[in-house]
Write a protein that binds this ligand. Structure first.
Ligand code: SF4
Length: 212
């Protein structure tokens, strides 16, 4: 059984799957408390569901993409077999995770979108070093940038760990806190190797909604 906060169908707003029709499975619970968290409602216990029950709901939406998000999905051990089962069924699966838990046991067919928490998130000391040694191409490191200090911290982290040689590196402006144009210019002027990453759903709908 896995504790679920919500399941919904919308346009993926993030990662290299951005723009695609996706079923989102939001697990319940998170052990972090990032300053900019926009899913505080997921902290509660949620509703327990079996993998079979989840798959029936996912199938009803007739989408090829499924995103497992949270909260923190990897807090629940059933998240691993759920992702593998979805891959076996032919779904393109992505995982959004805080970076604080190891992704080494996640099925390599899954697109792993791994946060690297910056100092202004309040959780910069919570990165699991295992995540720097993952194999495969389906790995994206995402930094939510809240300030100029965060930008330079991220640049140093990427540089020290040679992230952009092997993985996609995404810089996302903290919505409502950092202007996307400012971050775009910063990436240009500093010749950063990061990809500007906007949360499309927040520009299409209001930050509190996400489509149907
Ligand atoms: S890891 Fe994600 S869900 Fe957890 S507190 Fe941070 S932003 Fe919120």
């Amino acid at each position: 059984m896995i504790a679920i906060n919500e399941i919904f169908y919308s346009i993926q707003g993030e990662s290299s799957f951005a723009g695609l029709r996706t079923v989102f499975v939001r697990t319940a619970g998170c052990h972090l408390r990032c300053t900019y968290c926009d899913t505080k409602y997921s902290y509660g216990p949620g509703e327990k569901m079996s993998i079979d029950e989840l798959i029936l709901i996912i199938e009803s939406h007739q989408a090829k993409h499924v995103c497992l998000t949270g909260g923190e999905p990897l807090l629940q051990k059933e998240a691993l077999p759920l992702m593998s089962r979805l891959c076996d069924l032919g779904y393109h699966v992505s995982l959004e995770t805080s970076g604080d838990l190891s992704c080494k046991d996640v099925d390599p067919r899954v697109l792993r979108v791994i946060d690297v928490k910056t100092p202004d998130s309040g959780a910069a000391d919570r990165f699991h070093k295992d995540n720097l040694n993952l194999q495969g191409v389906n790995i994206e490191f995402k930094f939510v940038i809240c300030s100029e200090e965060d930008f330079y911290w991220a640049e140093e982290f990427v540089d020290q760990n040679h992230l952009s040689n092997t993985y996609s590196v995404l810089y996302s402006p903290s919505f409502g806190e950092i202007d996307a144009k400012w971050l775009a210019n910063k990436i240009l002027n500093e010749k950063s190797n990061a990809r500007l990453h906007l949360q499309q759903h927040k520009y299409i709908w209001s930050p509190e909604t996400r489509g149907v």
